[in-house]
Design a binder for this molecule. Structure first.
Ligand SMILES: *Cc1c(COP(=O)(O)O)cnc(C)c1O
Length: 343
């Protein structure tokens, strides 16, 4: 359906490349619930090493990877702190409460511009009647924060605060690859700052399915049980893991192209006062509050001209660049959006 369109709705719309399909077709497989799929085992070992952790676990989705991590860190009735726009409290349909019995408390949405001291002030110790804080979650890059990158210094400060308070730190790293490419921070450096990370292969990296939870050997052993309990045990999953391994080998450095194309789209729309945040990675957030067109009207008009964009709210829209776009498509989208916004 989307073939006739320049699809800027999400980086999840990518389809496996011929090289990736070849890797999938020839993958060695076994029953991963028995721990016998060599391709899954290799992917898990590779990703653990990339982040400097002992172990990793392949999961069907980023949401499941996040929820497994949160259940590892926060026991029922205890508290998670995150921001009000975080994926874990916005787009996971109440899973932390429904499956983990986790109480979530949020700081006001500031995207990647976290104030560590404000977060420190929210931490509640164990005590009579209080809900004890057990973990803090951050998102790198920040999805609803327009693909913003949390600076390394902020993350280090959060780590210090978490250590002082003896609470855990989780990273929803669905697009941590983009932060790595944008800021040049080694993945292993991010890895050492967090107790657990979730990372997605099916967003910018272009694999069809799959995310991983990363952490200590002890945590990942427990994670394996939680995954099975949630129905996430997969059998010959090496076919999917092969796509992920291919993506890690071929599609990380090229994210710079997606960032450059997002920058071009941002430049095209900026003169109309609709850019919601400075564009650092592959997301271009649009704030149409002061524009004649609302988000649905803009999306409908763009669609008529072969460009698909996301509607995130009545006056909020989003453009996303990814592997399945080329320069010609991005040029067409920039032309169409410029014309519509100028009208
Ligand atoms: C996409 C995404 C996830 C995971 O989404 P799934 O669709 O469940 O794979 C988690 N966190 C963020 C920030 C995301 O953008």
């Amino acid at each position: 359906m989307a073939d006739a369109f320049v699809d800027l709705r999400s980086d999840t719309v990518t389809r496996p490349t011929p090289g990736m399909r070849e890797a999938m077709a020839t993958a060695e497989v076994g029953d991963d619930v028995y721990g016998e799929d060599p391709t899954v085992n290799a992917l898990e070992a590779d990703v653990a090493a990339l982040f400097g952790h002992e172990a990793a676990l392949f999961a069907p989705s980023g949401s499941m990877a996040n929820q497994i991590a949160l259940q590892l860190l926060v026991s029922p009735g205890n508290e998670l702190l995150c921001d009000a726009d975080a994926h874990v409290v916005t787009y996971e349909i109440g899973a932390a409460a429904a499956y983990g019995g986790i109480s979530s408390r949020t700081w006001p949405a500031v995207g990647a511009d976290i104030d560590p001291e404000a977060v420190a002030g929210m931490i509640r110790p164990d005590g009579y009647f209080a809900v004890p804080t057990r973990a803090i979650a951050v998102e790198q890059t920040h999805n609803r924060g327009g693909g913003g990158v949390i600076p390394l210094a902020t993350l280090r400060e959060l780590r210090r605060i978490a250590d002082d308070a003896e609470v855990a730190l989780h990273c929803d790293g669905a697009r941590i690859w983009h932060a790595h490419v944008a800021d040049g921070v080694p993945l292993v450096e991010y890895g050492q700052l967090f107790d657990t990370l979730s990372v997605c292969l099916s967003k910018g990296l272009g694999a069809p399915v799959g995310s991983l939870v990363v952490g200590s050997a002890e945590k990942i052993e427990r994670a394996r049980l939680i995954r099975k309990r949630m129905g996430g045990g997969m059998r010959q999953a090496g076919i999917l893991a092969a796509a992920g391994r291919y993506a890690l080998a071929h599609h990380v450095d090229r994210l710079a192209e997606d960032h450059a194309r997002a920058g071009r789209l941002a430049e095209a729309v900026a003169p109309f006062g609709v850019l919601a945040a400075a564009v650092r990675t592959n997301l271009v957030p649009l704030d149409l509050t002061k524009h004649a067109l609302d988000a649905r009207a803009l999306a409908a008009a763009a669609r008529d001209e072969g460009v698909l964009i996301s509607v995130l709210g009545p006056r909020t829209a989003r453009l996303v660049t990814h592997l399945d776009l080329d320069d010609a498509g991005v040029t067409h989208a920039a032309t169409v959006l410029t014309r519509l916004l100028a009208a």
